[in-house]
Each structure stands twice: as C-alpha cells, then as structure tokens.
Design a protein around this ligand. Sequence first.
Ligand code: GLV
Ligand code: MN
Ligand code: MN
Length: 424
Amino acid sequence: MDRAPPRGEVPLNAAAPPIVERLAQLAAFGATPHGIDRRLFSPADAQARAQFAAWARAAGFDVTQDRAGNVFARRAGRRDGAAIVSGSHLDTVPSGGPYDGAYGAVAALCALEALAAAGIVTEHPLEAVAWAGEEGSRFPLGCLGSGAFAGLNALATIDALCDEDGTSFAQARDSASGLLPGVPVRDGFPAPAGYVELHIEQGPVLEHRGVRLGVVTAIAGQARYEVEVSGEAGHAGTVPMALRRDALTAAAELVLALEAAAREIGDVVLTVGRLVVFPNQTNVIPGRVSFRIDARSVDEARLADLRGAIVACGERVAAQRGVAVETALLEERRVVAMDPRLRAAVAGAAAELGEAAIDMPSGAGHDAMCVAAVAPAAMLFVPSAGGRSHVGDEFTEPADLELGVRALTRSIVAIDALLTKEPT
Ligand code: GLV
Ligand code: MN
Ligand code: MN
C-alpha cells in the first residue's frame, strides 16, 4: 500500500537494485586497456545513455531527454510540477574509471526503484538524470548538459562548440550516437524543486578519516585557460642555443612558474594536463606550444590571486624568453555553496543509517554546481580507494557504493519532506 513516509521510520530495508552489477555493465561501454573512454555522443556514450533509459523504462518510469542530451527518468509524486532531481553524468575522461559520474546517475535510478519497491510515494515527482558531457573531454567546456539545463550556457552557444575534429555539438547530437532514438525530447529546461547528487569523493579525505560518507559544503571555483606560446621554429642542428626562441622550453619554464605560484598562494590547485607542441618533430625547434591550465580553489580570494599570477607569469616568461604568450580564459566558475537546509537533510539521512558523515568541500567539479543556480542543491560523497579518480583503476568498495545508494534514497525522502513543509 502506498503511504507517505514518516520521518525516522522509512521502510527502506529491502534489497536495493544492484548498483555494483549495473556499474560493471556500464563499464563495458567504452572499455580500453587504460580505462573507460566514453566521450559525449560517442557510440559508447550512446550505449550508456540507452542502458540508463532501458533500466528506467523497465522500472516503469517515464523516460525523456532534452536538446542538451540529458536523459531523465521520472516517477510521479502526489503532486505534479517541479521534481526533486538526482543524478550525475555518464561521460568519462579519455581514460576514466567506472564510478566517476556513472555512480550518481545509476544510484539515483536505484533510489527511485527502492522507493517504488517500498511503496513510498513522495509529494514531489522524482527524477533520476544522466547529465550530458560533464567532463568537457570532447567539447571544450565542462558541465554542458547541466549548464544548459540551468541556463548558464545558452543552447545556441553549446550547439556551436566544436571538438578537435571540427564536429559541432549540434552535429554530434544529431548523429547516430546523439539523442536516443524513440525517447521523447522534452521542451525547455524546467527548474527542479531541489537537487541532490551522489558521487565518489575522487580524493583521499574520507578514507584518511575512516568515514564512509561526506556531506559537501561547497564546490571549488574553477578557471580554465588556453595558453599559446609562440617562438620561432628552426633547424635543431644549426641554430645556436643563444639565438633560439624555443616555444617548448619557454612553455616548460612557464608551467614550472605556475606550479610555484600555486604553491606559494596555498589552498589552490593548478594543473597543466594538456600540452600540444608544433610541429612536434625530433629535429625541429618547437615554434609554437599550446597548453591548458585548470586552476581551482574553494577560496575565491586565493583563486583571484592565482588568476593574477597566471597572467603575470606569462608576461614575465614572454619578456625573458623573447616569445609571445597569449592567455585566453576558456571557462570560469565561482565557488558554489551547497544549500544548508538540504545539507542538513542529507546529514540526517546518514544519521538514520547510523553512519558518521563529515562535512567537506569538493575540489572536483560536479553537475551540482550548475544545478545550484536554479534549485537548492546538496551532494553526498562515498570514499575513493587511495583517493584515485580520473584513472582506469578508480575503485570504491561495493559496500560503500551500496551504502551511498541507501543514504541517497533517504536523502531524497528527507528533501521531499523538507521542501513540502518549507518550499523555497
Ligand atoms: C570533473 O571531473 C572535474 O572536476 O574536472
Ligand atoms: Mn564526476
Ligand atoms: Mn570527472
């Protein structure tokens, strides 16, 4: 019999749907010897979205997608209208692991199924979502789907973004690996009533503290830059060292200067994870190098200092080395605080399970940082073995994956009760 869930005695002890097996099944889509490569609108990404839709349909949920490629599974509530949404992304970095993103998307589906199995009908409709293109590993912007959903990036802007082969987002979306055939495309981007995202931590803090759940306080702000260093190409055998304007040695000096600046500022992280050398030949002095900077902090002031340092280091190396350094901002995201009331609801859900949970910031970016622009949002973390993520051997204990699903399920119930009593 359907009934409203009384707080404190939510009948959710039945076996949840099999999160571990489902993640193993998804991991086959895009599997390579080095990890999973499931870039947005690739055949592997389409397989993962189709599998998500198939699980949702089998559970009796209403499945739709939007023009940004996000896929939604909706379970009706007692009332119509804005849903409580939970999910994460199915795309990966080029050698990614099986849990970053996929865990939160599939866990949301499992949570809705657990509620259905327990006969619990919430006041709000519930939606599990698989966000499109969170990683920014195909098109040069992260959180493409959730950013469009939250109105942070206009769909027309996203449509025009091109990958390295010159294929635009719109072309990829309309290709065979784009929007799912047979799944209705819904109009616009309806704002949710609330949002909660479950994710692996991707860092070492929970493991180090011996705690299995983390409630996110805020998500780090980010700035991403494209840097172009232009020197002079020449013959590797004939140009004396003193007469060279080698773009790669200048870029190397700049990368080390950036690392030193980040260390000096403190409580910031800076990564140069992509660097392209032209013409990339053994016997040619590099004439041009382009690289990308990813800079982050949960402290806005320090991030601003780091941004100043990025420009200053570029100017200094350019002057010292006689090269040109152009630094273009690709993407900027402010620090995003999670909603205090939803955080408390998530912490309460963990306590109902008898689990200690700690408050912690997120250094990684997540779809929640976009959705928070249009709805109160919260996040829950489970541990990552060795703190490792964005690598093929990313691992979280099955018992922790299952615990996270139980905590998410209860969090959704608690958020529904909260937003019913005190809507925002
Ligand atoms: C996404 O995983 C990011 O934090 O870059
Ligand atoms: Mn992720
Ligand atoms: Mn990631």
